[in-house]
Design a binder for this molecule. Structure first.
Ligand code: V3L
Length: 85
């Protein structure tokens, strides 16, 4: 992405990078100034709130996680649940 940014969601003690397809959806929603993005992730629909910077399951909104757009180089746990470091 431009400026070397990436999208992350919160894990237990660190941040996971979103999978590439979802990252691209998030980045284009963000660039279009949209407030939310609805994404299918691992078989579940999630509402990603780009104002509140949270993701939640559409049918179970209590399942919330913080998200962020940050430099691609920050320490991360891995990508979409696959550990890389
Ligand atoms: N991308 C991929 N998997 C996700 C995402 C996402 N954006 N959101 C949730 N899940 P929930 P630690 C995460 C998975 O929020 O040890 C990590 O990717 C989520 O996976 O209640 O806590 C790891 O695989 C979880 O398995 O809908 O850092 C795993 O947690 C499941 O959906 C453990 O990470 C339910 O999450």
């Amino acid at each position: 992405f431009d400026g070397g940014y990436q999208w992350f969601y919160e894990g237990r003690n660190g941040w996971w990078q979103y999978d590439e397809r979802t990252s691209k959806e998030l980045e284009s929603s963000y660039k279009r100034g949209e407030r939310t993005c609805e994404c299918l992730i691992a078989g579940f629909l999630y509402i990603i709130d780009l104002e509140g910077m949270l993701q939640m399951r559409r049918n179970e909104p209590s399942r919330k996680r913080r998200i962020k757009r940050d430099f691609a180089t920050i320490p991360k746990k891995g990508i979409a649940g696959l550990r890389t470091e």
